[in-house]
Write a new protein. Structure first.
Length: 328
């Protein structure tokens, strides 16, 4: 049985990166309203990470779920970073998050520390899935393979032991690139149970994932969770693509997609959500939001009927691969 079978009723969970003050200062009211809206709409899978605002997203999620029966929801967080009491000046995606100094470390000991801290912030006694976070070229450059080896000898074994003891239900990688997932799927000694692939299996980009990791995931019966299905908002007309400023090629790509979608009276948001969730290896898509109404909209659009001719035109014009599974 797949890990997420019971937890994902609508094909969707809630990603909480935006609730860690990604890009902007999100109020407590907004954050709690978003989580409560997700709960009210039936969402029972919540994904978070220490990285999201130096623990802020975990703290907010823990508070919002504190009065909910623990057996009623599925929780995933990540390891690879832990917090110190000392502070540091922040910049980048989470410059509006907490100021705690963050240590990046994929060793077994740091994995235990990270999980202990997450449990405290989340106000829970257990986690369902743990992802090894950002052991990937986009964070570590050419040194990512060294970090991967540290994780393989440290975090991977630590999490596998936790799974054997029943402390967690499963583990895997949470990354924004394809290479680490492919490498982990080809490992001989350990096989992860689940992967979170952010930005890589979307309407805007999916060819590499479709070719290199989806077949392996199906072969090994490994679950995939798709994060950032809108590629940091670019698909919806935003100015960011894969957590960086979108370039002219991306913006033009989106304009062309939007033109075709308008001809068929299709929402690109609906198309993006349904495309990412259509692959049989995908157990859930987890868009993030800071607006309660956006969560409600996401669930509605996952069920919206999209004309088959729309998908046919995207294939004929080369916007999506003819090998990609499409919504039925």
């Amino acid at each position: 049985m797949k890990l997420l079978n019971k937890a994902v009723k609508h094909g969707a969970g809630l990603g909480t990166a935006p609730l860690g003050n990604m890009y902007r200062d999100v109020s407590e009211e907004e954050a709690f309203g978003t989580i409560q809206s997700a709960w009210n709409m039936g969402i029972r899978y919540f994904d978070t990470a220490p990285h999201y605002g130096a623990g802020l997203a975990e703290i907010r999620l823990g508070k919002a779920l504190a009065d909910k029966p623990r057996d009623d929801f599925f929780l995933s967080t990540k390891v690879g970073r832990y917090m110190k009491d000392s502070t540091e000046e922040k910049e980048g995606l989470f410059k509006y998050g907490r100021q705690n100094e963050v240590v990046t470390d994929y060793s077994g000991e740091s994995t235990r520390i990270s999980i202990e801290q997450s449990l405290e912030r989340l106000q829970t006694d257990r986690l369902d899935v743990v992802f090894v976070h950002d052991v990937s070229p986009d964070f570590h450059g050419d040194a990512w393979t060294e970090k991967f080896e540290q994780a393989r000898s440290g975090a991977f074994h630590e999490l596998e032991e936790m799974k054997k003891k029943g402390t967690i239900k499963g583990w895997g990688l949470g990354v924004n690139t394809i290479s680490p997932i492919k490498l982990a799927l080809e490992m001989g000694e350990l096989t992860p149970d689940i992967f979170l692939t952010a930005t890589q299996y979307t309407l805007l980009q999916h060819e590499q994932a479709l070719k290199e990791i989806m077949p392996l995931a199906e072969e090994k019966q490994v679950e995939m969770v798709v994060g950032s299905p809108y590629n940091s908002g670019a698909l919806l007309g935003g100015s960011y693509f894969d957590y960086e400023a979108a370039d002219a090629n991306v913006l033009n790509h989106v304009r062309q997609l939007k033109q075709i979608a308008d001809e068929y009276n299709v929402s690109l948001k609906a198309a993006g959500l349904q495309f990412s969730s259509a692959h049989p290896a995908v157990s859930a898509v987890i868009p993030g939001s800071t607006k309660a109404e956006h969560v409600e909209e996401d669930l509605r659009l996952l069920q919206e009927e999209i004309p088959k001719d729309f998908w046919k035109e995207l294939i004929s014009k080369g916007f999506i691969s003819e090998k990609a599974p499409l919504p039925v």
